[in-house]
Design a protein around this ligand. Structure first.
Ligand code: 5AD
Ligand code: SF4
Length: 439
């Protein structure tokens, strides 16, 4: 019995797919890389932007023919999209060959649902109020890195964002559960732990014992052995000086902060309900740079939010130059039904959004180029992550600051820390060679 999982969207979904794989493997299924020969096909969906949603509907629709040839195939749709208002109903009507629809935090019902589907009962379970237990096996695919959820959901309600509606309110996992998972992963040989949450900095506010994010970082930072700790995503309104100090104090916590800005205009930030101003954000960047001069700071930016003027956009470009991000995920604003921004006046025409994203990408590209050029000849500790599939005998890995580097070596190095001297840089991509300590 074979399974195939389509994963769309963010790291949260990548990690959920590892949990889905673990559940299916526990039932005797094995992974296949050929969708059409699978006995169970899972769509782990994303709905953050309309383009993602359209692509997924296309892929689900394309499965109809395969399912007609193989009626015993079980088709599952889960993740954020199925949690949106009306979507479960739409899937049942338009794609009746889908057997199971699950929400974002009832993955632990998957096993029962598959058994029901085998008895030919269609099953719809969409419910995010249920607490997502982490007691099932996970089939991890990202060695030497391991993803670890610390909180689920989001309370921030940025006016453009669908996430709080599809992933529910913030729920923190007990600190002791997270510690047990992290210690197990380190004892299994994982070399990098990445803590995941929609807003990691508000971790613990709902826990009874005053546990908070800096406490969690300190507890993990103090664990013995050579490993790296990363975390994402940080909300600028909640990233405290204490967190910056903890990152500076513990050498195994990476100087790498993902700090989505979304816009460089205070007026737009206000309408996005981000609860910081342009100046607040730039001050925060300054605080980080003071304490962590080698930090790699990355961001998410959106263009074409309703009412964004040319001047608002120029403010974003200016902020990008000042912040000196090592990289930025740039998005065109996508109108999401059910969010406040959906019905805001002055929606921006597509051509204007297109033009702005092109200019934004060019601007960030220049910044990245500059940072990359300054890295040439320097040596960095890199954790070897895996093969670069485009070049023979080439592996890639990250510096502590999060920059991806390619270098020649074989697969036996995966999971090892090496020193790499940077030789050339092509904008975002760095190339180097492994050197010994003496060199
Ligand atoms: N349109 C475009 N981008 C969005 N994001 C969130 N919602 C939207 C939307 N409606 C982006 C934000 C967020 C990232 C994960 O996705 O930049 O930080
Ligand atoms: Fe969405 Fe804002 Fe929550 Fe991030 S913080 S998930 S952008 S609502």
């Amino acid at each position: 019995m074979k399974y195939f999982i389509h994963t769309y969207g963010c790291q949260m979904n990548v990690h959920d797919s590892e949990k889905i794989a673990g559940i299916l493997e526990g039932m005797g299924y094995v992974a296949t890389s050929v969708q059409d020969e699978a006995d169970i096909v899972v769509f782990n969906t994303c709905c953050i932007r309309e383009t993602a949603e359209q692509k997924i509907y296309g892929h689900i629709g394309a499965l109809k023919k395969v399912k007609m040839r193989n009626p015993d195939m079980i088709v599952v749709v889960c993740g954020c999209m199925s949690q949106q208002d009306g979507v479960a109903q739409k899937i049942r009507e338009s794609y009746p060959f889908v057997d199971i629809i699950l929400g974002t935090s009832n993955l632990n019902s998957l096993k029962d649902a598959v058994q029901d589907a085998k008895r030919r009962k269609h099953c719809v379970k969409v419910d995010f109020e249920q607490y997502a237990e982490e007691d099932f096996n996970q089939s991890r695919t990202s060695y030497p890195n391991a993803w670890v959820n610390i909180n689920y959901g989001c309370n921030n309600f940025c006016t453009y964002c669908i996430v709080p509606y599809v992933r529910g309110r913030e729920r923190s996992r007990p600190l002791s559960d997270i510690m047990t998972e992290v210690k197990t992963l380190l004892s299994e040989g994982y070399k990098e732990i990445t803590l995941l949450g929609q807003n990691v900095n508000s971790y613990g506010h709902d826990l009874p014992d005053g546990e908070d994010f800096p406490t969690l970082l300190k507890n993990i930072g103090e664990l013995p052995g050579k490993f790296r700790l990363r975390f994402m995503t940080s909300h600028p309104k909640d990233l405290s000086q204490e967190v910056i100090d903890v990152v500076a104090k513990y050498p195994n916590i990476c100087n790498n902060i993902h700090l989505p800005v979304q816009s460089g205009s205070t007026e737009i930030l206000k309408r996005m309900n981000r609860r910081y101003t342009r100046d607040d954000y730039l001050n925060l960047i300054q605080k980080i740079r003071q304490k962590l001069p080698n930090a790699g700071i990355t961001t998410d930016i959106m263009v074409g939010f309703p009412g964004e003027t040319e001047q608002d956009f120029l403010d974003t470009l200016d902020l990008v130059k000042q912040a000196k991000y090592s990289s930025a995920f740039c998005f065109i604003y996508s109108r999401r039904k059910g969010t406040p921004a959906y019905s805001m006046p002055d929606q921006i025409p597509y051509e204007v959004k297109r033009d702005r994203i092109t200019r934004l990408l060019a601007c960030q590209n220049e910044v990245t180029k500059e940072i990359s050029a300054a890295m040439i000849n320097n040596k960095y500790e890199v954790l070897v992550e895996g093969a670069n599939n485009h070049y023979a005998n080439t592996m890639c890995g990250r510096t502590e600051s999060g920059r991806l580097v390619n270098f020649k070596c074989d697969e036996s190095y995966v999971g090892q820390f090496v020193t790499v001297q940077i030789e050339k840089a092509k904008s975002a991509t760095l190339w180097g060679r492994i050197v010994t300590e003496e060199e």
